[in-house]
Design a protein around this ligand. Structure first.
Ligand code: SAM
Length: 278
């Protein structure tokens, strides 16, 4: 398991979007980083498909409202966490495994003066450093495919929630297990560790104690977004190759092309899940 976790970390340590890149882009656009507001970051700091609209849908499923305490699992650079705090007046603690993401989240949060309401702490969602029954909601976006054990993760969400609290997340799904060649390819290039069907994820939510687990299928939405992203990435890669400049990481590229193909052909899909702690 240690090797696995290191690889997910290695992948995100080398991610092309970092706090430094976001800040330098904003400095170029605005001429200064003085007076930066949370909403200035929102076009850059969300590492999931569908942007802010997806945050709103999850917030609605989790019934976020002023004053609630929320945990954001696999918080990345803290983009969704800052958005929930800004838009819904909640207090958010993000849990994030990759140290560079934790440091980046702290820098961005400080720049927009939200340290009193948002913090991203280093930790593993399979062993969350938060007290039992301390949270009103747990949210997460597009990250559990990197996490070895979904059941342990769901059990951690259940443990830290108060009675009546809600767990809402998006995650990748597979109608049936991938073959070994595809599994290795997307592991090597994208650190994709664990994929379960919608039914398996709903069953695991029930098994750890949640009631009324439900899912919306977002496969069709994500298939469109991924196709556009791949076309954009291929264009940039082609331009870089023409200019004899570095064109990016080949293992990631090969893996991403196959991942997008699997999403287009129904081998991989997406789900928006939610459930209640009784
Ligand atoms: C696709 S990013 C999503 C970030 C964020 N949820 C967002 O929407 O902007 C996935 C994140 O999950 C983190 N991650 C992977 N495995 C983790 C684990 N076991 N515990 C906590 N975070 C983890 C990665 O470091 C990465 O930052």
């Amino acid at each position: 398991m240690t090797v696995t976790i290191r690889t997910a970390v290695d992948f995100y340590e080398r991610h092309p979007i970092s706090a430094q890149i976001i800040l330098s882009k904003l400095e170029t656009q605005r001429g200064t980083l003085e007076g930066l507001k949370p909403e200035d970051l929102f076009a850059h700091d969300q590492d999931h498909y569908g942007g802010l609209a997806v945050n709103d849908t999850l917030a609605e499923r989790a019934e976020l409202r002023q004053g609630l305490k929320v945990a954001d699992f696999c918080a990345g650079l803290g983009g969704p966490a800052r958005y929930y705090a800004h838009r819904y007046g909640v207090d958010v603690t993000g849990i994030e495994l990759t140290p560079a993401r934790v440091a980046g989240a702290a820098e961005l949060t400080r720049r927009v003066g939200m340290q009193d309401r948002v913090r991203v702490i280093e930790g593993d969602v399979m062993a969350v450093p938060l007290a039992d029954q301390s949270q009103d909601a747990v949210l997460s976006q597009e990250a559990f495919l990197h996490v070895p054990d979904h059941r342990r993760t769901f059990a951690e969400a259940f443990r830290i929630l108060k009675s009546g609290g809600r767990f809402a997340f998006t995650n990748w799904t597979v109608p049936q297990p991938l073959n070994d060649v595809d599994r290795k390819l997307i592991w090597d290039g994208m650190a994709v560790q664990t994929l379960h069907s919608k039914g398996e994820q709903l069953a695991m939510l029930s098994d750890v104690g949640f009631s009324a687990p439900a899912v919306d299928d977002v496969s069709a939405e994500w298939a469109v977004i991924l196709k556009e992203r791949l076309a954009m990435y291929q264009k940039l890669r082609g331009e870089a190759q023409d200019a004899a400049a570095p064109a990016g990481h080949d293992a990631f590229y090969e893996s991403y092309v196959r991942f997008v193909e699997l999403v287009q052909t129904g081998g991989i899909g997406g789900g928006r899940f939610w459930a209640i702690k009784p």
